[in-house]
Write a protein that binds this ligand. Structure first.
Ligand SMILES: C[S@@+](CC[C@H](N)C(=O)[O-])C[C@H]1O[C@@H](n2cnc3c(N)ncnc32)[C@H](O)[C@@H]1O
Length: 262
């Protein structure tokens, strides 16, 4: 049996076009729902290239903002972003956050929980660093069908090529999120589904972006040029896109919030 390819985040610029745009789309609705108090301090766990960090900086005027991610490439992109001057970016992992107990007012995982090897430990870590009464929140694509590039993953898997999925993908489901939030002792737990849409100018643009993602990059070794061409043709037909016409994809994320007990 072939080994499952690992999803790696090694290109902050490519990530921006591939997923950063999507993350901010969900993030806008997420923040409308979260209604966080302005001017408080945040930890953005798995901040990546700063796609959601930038939205936080713009929308909630944080008094402090710590972005944590294990990927040097993502952090490098985040540090060079404009609009995130309030943020400090540090290398680290969700299961061992580089932050003291009760040191922030809010913590968030934006499109991250499915990548955390032990999601329960990751949620407990957010609860540890957030002060009593503070917010612990997350959103994640409802894996697999909610993921925006699900159509490409399906085409790969249907050809018997190695499945490429985040290690803890089950944690993206609403029941699992709720379980983790309650088991971490968080109170007032609420969840919701967020659906977003993104329009690409034509299929070629969508396909080119699809190929740059960490998932396709992980599967690259198994994808010969012929197979790529075959998959592209199949998808074009399946998605029903006319030559040169725009195409709109929709995607579905699950969101959750709770408070650290006082
Ligand atoms: C899909 S990206 C999300 C990035 C960003 N939060 C956003 O909204 O676009 C997932 C991120 O999780 C990071 N990640 C993977 N494993 C992690 C872990 N154990 N702890 C923290 N972050 C992790 C990756 O490096 C990557 O930047």
């Amino acid at each position: 049996m072939s080994e499952q390819p690992q999803i790696r985040f090694e290109d902050g610029a490519a990530y921006e076009t591939y997923m950063g745009v999507w993350s901010r789309k969900v993030g806008e609705d997420f923040l409308d729902w979260l209604q966080p108090p302005p001017g408080v301090s945040w930890v953005d766990v798995g901040c990546g290239n700063g796609a959601f960090t930038a939205l936080l900086a713009e929308r909630v005027s944080p008094s402090g903002l710590l972005g944590v991610d294990p990927s040097p490439a993502q952090l490098d992109f985040a540090r060079k972003r404009s609009g995130v001057e309030v943020a400090r970016f540090e290398s680290g992992h969700a299961m061992d956050l580089p932050a003291a107990e009760n040191s922030a007012d809010a913590a968030v995982m934006a499109l991250v929980i499915a990548f955390v090897p032990d999601p329960a430990k990751g949620v407990a870590e957010m609860a540890r660093v957030v002060k009593p009464g503070g917010l612990v929140s997350a959103y994640m694509w409802d894996w697999p069908s909610g993921f925006p590039f699900h159509f490409a993953d399906q085409a790969i898997e249907s050809r018997g090529l190695p499945r490429v999925a985040p290690p803890s993908w089950e944690a993206s489901h609403l029941d699992q999120l709720e379980k983790h939030w309650r088991e971490a002792g968080l109170t007032g737990v609420e969840s919701r589904v967020i659906t977003v849409a993104r329009t690409f100018p034509d299929f070629e643009t969508l396909w080119a972006i699809t190929l740059t993602g960490p998932r396709m990059t992980a599967a690259a070794q198994a994808l010969t040029p012929e197979l790529r061409g075959e998959i592209a043709a199949e998808l074009k037909e399946k998605l029903g896109v006319a030559e040169g016409e725009p195409i709109t994809l929709s995607a579905r994320a699950n969101a959750i919030k709770g408070k650290v007990p006082r």
